[in-house]
Design a binder for this molecule. Structure first.
Ligand code: FES
Length: 274
């Protein structure tokens, strides 16, 4: 069993942080890697990229939005409760190296995934511009942590309630326009956001990495559930990713596959709530 040592609600209760005792995973995990969690015997396996790890304390941190039955079930777990299974670290770690100037762009709970990557890029000696966004001020997460992890933080909200009024792509474009020596963009968030960022950086000829979140089952390359098309080839996000070249990803196919079980997910969530 994997005990929850800290639970915190964010974004007006729509997002939950769990710090979980998992010393073996905490000792090995690297930025960009994920875990698969199961709340109980009959629970669904849910993949979540780690937002932080503390090898000394032996804990990992996950941050998830309550979007369906399983995340609603996760949200009922309190401090002192435990997940039945936490498997990991899974996936390939982010390739971290000193490049010069880089930009990290995060939207929604993608900011949580971006956090350890941003910190590692800065610790490697890069100047890290960071752009984070949310629909409104109340839904923005980890602002203080991202400020500490990056060299220059810019904040956006779709409704203008905080920071730049507009999308992360607006700010990404202005940084790319003002700096012709950006070596890498890392964009993590909803599929339309990653697609828009990748389309933009393609115009500027800047290499772009995205972290994909397809439906997963085993997380070890066995089932094919997480397949994505990258550069015309089929890749398994759980073992070949989750990070891929954003200029090569077929985002439309990914969005379609993510919607495949929407009706069943809604029904299952409704049953759980009743
Ligand atoms: Fe089964 Fe990736 S989750 S192959």
């Amino acid at each position: 069993m994997f005990k929850i040592v800290k639970r915190q609600e964010m974004a007006q209760g729509t997002v939950v942080l769990n710090e979980i005792e998992a010393p073996l995973i905490a000792a090995k995990a690297k930025p960009g890697q994920f875990v698969i969690l199961k709340a109980n015997e009959t629970g669904e396996r849910i993949p979540l990229t780690m937002a932080d790890t503390d090898p000394e304390k032996g804990t990992i941190t996950i941050i998830f939005m309550i979007v369906g039955k399983s995340t609603a079930l996760f949200a009922t777990l309190k401090e002192g409760d435990a997940y039945m299974d936490v498997i990991g670290p899974l996936g390939a770690p982010t390739h971290i190296e000193k490049l010069g100037k880089v930009i990290c762009v995060g939207g929604g709970t993608g900011v949580a995934v971006l956090h350890p990557i941003t910190r590692a890029l800065k610790e490697a000696g890069n100047h890290v511009f960071c752009v984070i966004g949310a629909r409104n001020k109340d839904l923005l997460i980890l602002e203080e942590q991202m400020k500490a992890a990056s060299s220059d933080l810019r904040v956006c909200t779709d409704d203008g309630s905080y920071g730049h009024h507009g999308f992360v792509t607006d700010v990404l474009k202005s940084i790319l326009t003002e700096n012709n020596d950006i070596k890498l963009v890392v964009a993590i968030g909803p599929v339309p956001m990653m697609k828009a960022c990748s389309n933009l950086t393609k115009e500027f000829g800047v290499k772009t990495m995205v972290s994909l979140n397809p439906i997963m089952v085993d997380g070890t390359g066995m089932c094919g559930g997480c397949r994505v098309s990258v550069g015309g080839e089929t890749k398994f996000a759980c073992v070949d990713g989750p990070e891929f070249d954003g200029h090569q990803v077929d985002f439309d196919e990914l969005a379609l596959r993510l919607r495949a079980y929407t009706a069943d997910e809604k029904e299952s969530h409704a049953c759980f709530l009743n």
